[in-house]
Design a protein. Structure first.
Length: 153
């Protein structure tokens, strides 16, 4: 059974498993706020559903995830006003990253096991999803990498 409520993920239910697929293959499944919000909601839904025994987290296309979508820096912050955080300072960027972290912490907080089906590249923020609490299940020769040292500010 497939679910068409989502734009940035695919949610499928079959044989006691929920398969959630990051669905931005044109961007190598780069993580943006909208994708993380949909993933958050879908994971909690799967955790609550008594028909589901486990969740499989996968990526569409060649790669599991290329990490965070850096094009967000080219867009204004929604509802930006003078007294709200923007993206011009390192502290602002760190604050937004911490806010987004709450969306992916569902992987740690939920009760059902999550299996990460990682293929191709799994970079930077993608490793957060694959390794936060998900069990590395099916690894098709993936390349995991986290690169430190390039900070905006």
């Amino acid at each position: 059974m497939s679910d068409d409520r989502y734009t940035f993920i695919r949610y499928e239910l079959a044989d006691g498993r929920a398969r959630i697929t990051l669905n931005r293959p044109d961007k190598r499944n780069a993580l943006n706020e909208e994708l993380l919000a949909e993933l958050h909601d879908a994971l909690w839904e799967a955790d609550e559903d008594n028909r589901i025994r486990c969740v499989i987290l996968a990526g569409a296309g060649q790669d599991f995830s290329s990490g965070y979508d850096l094009q967000r820096y080219d867009r204004p912050v929604p509802l930006q006003v003078e007294h709200r955080r923007g993206r011009t300072k390192f502290d602002d960027d760190a604050w937004h990253q911490e806010r987004l972290q709450r969306l992916r912490m569902v992987l740690f907080d939920m009760h059902k096991p999550v299996i990460a089906q990682v293929q191709g590249r799994c970079l930077a923020g993608g490793t957060d999803l694959a390794l936060l609490w998900a069990m590395p299940g099916r690894w098709n020769g993936p390349r995991l990498a986290v690169r430190h040292g390039h900070l905006r500010g």
